[in-house]
Design a protein around this ligand. Sequence first.
Ligand code: 5AD
Ligand code: FES
Length: 368
Amino acid sequence: MSISEILNKVGPSTSSETFTHEEIKLLLAAEGDDKKLLFDKALQTKLAHLDNYVHLRGLIEYSNICTKYCLYCGVRCKNLKVERYTLSDEEVIECAKLAHELGYGSVALQSGERSDKAFVDKITNLVKEIKKIDNGSLGVTLSLGEQTEETYRRWFEAGAHRYLLRIEASNEDLYYKIHPHDAKHDFKQRLSCIDSLLKIGYQTGTGVMVGLPFQTLDDLADDLLFFKQKDVAMVGMGPFIPHPDTPLWQYRDQIPSAEERMELTLKMIAILRLMMPEINMVAATANQTVDPQGREKAILAGANVIMPNLTPNEFRENYLIYPDKACVKDKPDECHSCLDVRLAAIGHKVLYNAWGDSVAFTRKNAPK
Ligand code: 5AD
Ligand code: FES
């Protein structure tokens, strides 16, 4: 089957149609004119379903204190070089107010993983405080790792309505090559967290890193089928970036080049846009780290969300999940004007002062 025959399987009127594992693999390997066909169709599909709008989530990196030691992550608790911090309540609220003033419409609160009672209570309170700003006008996304269903429910009741928890790798064997195999890093637990989030009613986001050591095209094809099968509302995918103070650094010579990881990420975004035309997909900051034009390229491949960093600058360099993270030195308002210009240059525009909910989610939950 040719690439154009595969691409012709999906169209606006057949959005529930999906690709097979083998077809996805062929699309991931597309080069030259075939690759161009894929990217063209993905962009057209996005524009037809979601227009040329980009939604913003002001990212607040609340704390780099983490109880886990994932093998890829620069802020793993076993990395003793990291100076640990937690923002004060006032700092978090200031960031959220800034997001509101800048017209971002939503904030995303992200942190290293903790599940002790003090942390859970603190987050509950912070969500309530953020929701008080201008009578609940800010959307609240949480990205705070694995928690009990009860905790997820408390935060949902406090006003959070979106939650990001990347599966990181949907193949259990690969999962355990990039995480320790122990009770704290349990694949089944992660799956059950995603199921809890979906059940509670969050707009649930998941995703993977692309270009991991030991990852194959079969794994990537299965990742996309996993997102489709779970029918998630949001997906985030970005290139893996080896961090020198992590165990996976030793495999840095055995992974695809930065250019190849970027290219594969873009193909993943494009294929998923065809499979799930109405979900929210983020142009991850990791894209911009491996390629200065990376975020724009991700938007053109089918992404429709950007998460500008609002963390106070003095803390940002301590939240280096991976090295050379983009925008670490930029001031929030600089990012702001820079984004408008960059997006206009590629025919897109920010939709200000809106939550920017996932159209897929809204449609699924509309009263019948
Ligand atoms: N390279 C790229 N992405 C990473 N993440 C964590 N470490 C790295 C890395 N070294 C991603 C994970 C996580 C998200 C917050 O950042 O997918 O879910
Ligand atoms: Fe940070 Fe452009 S997005 S400077």
